[in-house]
Design a binder for this molecule. Sequence first.
Ligand code: NAP
Length: 257
Amino acid sequence: MTQVTEAPLAGKVALITGASSGIGAAAAHVFARQGAVVVVTARREGRLRELVAELRDTGAEASFHVADVRDGEQSRQAVEYVVQRYGRLELAFNNAGAGIEKVPMHLTDDAAYDHVMETNVRGVWNCLRHEIAAMLRTGGGAIVNTSSVGGLVASSTAAPYIASKHAVIGLTKAAAVEYAPHGIRVNAIAPGLTRSEMVEQWFAVNPEAEKRAYASAPQARAADPEEVAEAAAWLCSDKASFVTGATLAVDGGRTAW
Ligand code: NAP
């Protein structure tokens, strides 16, 4: 029997933020495997350089641009880099994000609030606006923003994170409604617990936390970053052509409970 190799993103030019580790790095591999030209961005240049080398070893077209998403000008330059180099931007996965130390709300300091809001909300805002501007020039595109189960339901001692990820869903819906007539789809994913490096380190020193976390999800495990990345790639692909303004939970059933 003939092996069918699917390349739903063939020839599409994609920008992935927060690609130096975790879900973003996995997405770079998934998008490239599905045929996309991939530009990865984050702050850690060494990680991005290694990732691009890995992608090119597989035969993919890939490059990187260092940017801090909290900075509007750096975000604009990241988009501009893609357009200058490849002539267009068709797909964007706004995945950069910061977690927060768990502290009761009344004891959380303003600096922790500001950090998480600047990264998770202003970061998506900064990228989204410039990506939309670029897509408008070339007739449309698809954007996926990374929210969280924390954008759908609350948990205690992480109020700024919960607020920031709810805001990501708000930005997603606003952009979807405003730009649907221009051929731009905008969706969000809401990952549940995912095995990023930070999560692995936390479990290594706190095995009880791992057991507790699994007890709150019907599938009773954490996601592999690639499982989350696959959902983002699907939303970016034409297979999701009638999906916009949606938030796809990728959480092993956590928010269905
Ligand atoms: P991760 O490995 O820590 O990845 C976070 C990424 O964001 C890194 O590439 C980091 O790169 C980048 N980043 C952080 N601050 C940035 C900034 N100011 N400017 C540019 N890039 C920045 O963790 P992850 O789990 O893959 O997280 C990816 C996304 O998934 C985040 O939005 C997170 O909130 C969300 N999420 C994660 C989970 C989970 O359980 N892991 C669950 C739900 C949602 P640099 O440090 O190199 O800049």
